[in-house]
Write a protein that binds this ligand. Sequence first.
Ligand code: FMN
Length: 218
Amino acid sequence: MVKALFINGSPRKNFNTAQLLQKAMEGTKEAGAEVEMVNLYDRNLNYKSCMSCFACKVKGGKKGVCSFPDDLKPIMERAVEADVLVCGSPVYCGYPTAGLRAFMERLIFPAVNYADFRHPVINKPKRSATIFTMNCPDEEMYRANNYHILMDTNAHQLGMFGPTEVLYSFDTYQFNDYSRYDAEGLPAEWKAEKHRTQFPLDLDAAYNLGRRLVEETR
Ligand SMILES: Cc1cc2nc3c(=O)[nH]c(=O)nc-3n(C[C@H](O)[C@H](O)[C@H](O)COP(=O)(O)O)c2cc1C
């Protein structure tokens, strides 16, 4: 059975990024995959980014997977074994979140082969995708802010494991009640309208993405 792993790099377990990941997960499940969601900001999950232990480069050692002994270790093993991997992150100050970056360092560095850079250590090739959510209103502004360089460069690193793609959700609803916040620069009616009209389309796109990733695996 196709194994699909979803990595939520947002601290919020039920907001924009999580909802899109859940929809993508629904798509993969309906296409027949076995699914799992990991919330990187779960308070019970204690881990760091790469600690530069170089265990993944030791002669005769286990290659291609991070074996640093903390709570991320079993998740890294499942990420390496997954056939489908979908990461999600809000844009935070122009970058993916620190949580997702930590996960990426621990996924990607063990696959970098210091013995022969042309041949990464890929224990299991996989289809992958990254879902980015942001306050940024559209793709034009995304590019004007250089997010395509900072965010997409991160996302495309997953391409070392096989075909990868990126899904964007722009102009997201940041709060449930805009009247509680000093956020006059973000007109509440506009954000509500976008949430009502655009976000459902983004959810559909995430669902279709999930289905497609599994179908293309077969
Ligand atoms: C710390 C922080 C930094 C942010 N930086 C940006 C940013 O640089 N560009 C942007 O478009 N949105 C930015 N946002 C907005 C979020 O990316 C956006 O609301 C996102 O959809 C939140 O995801 P979530 O609902 O899954 O938590 C930021 C939000 C926070 C909390």
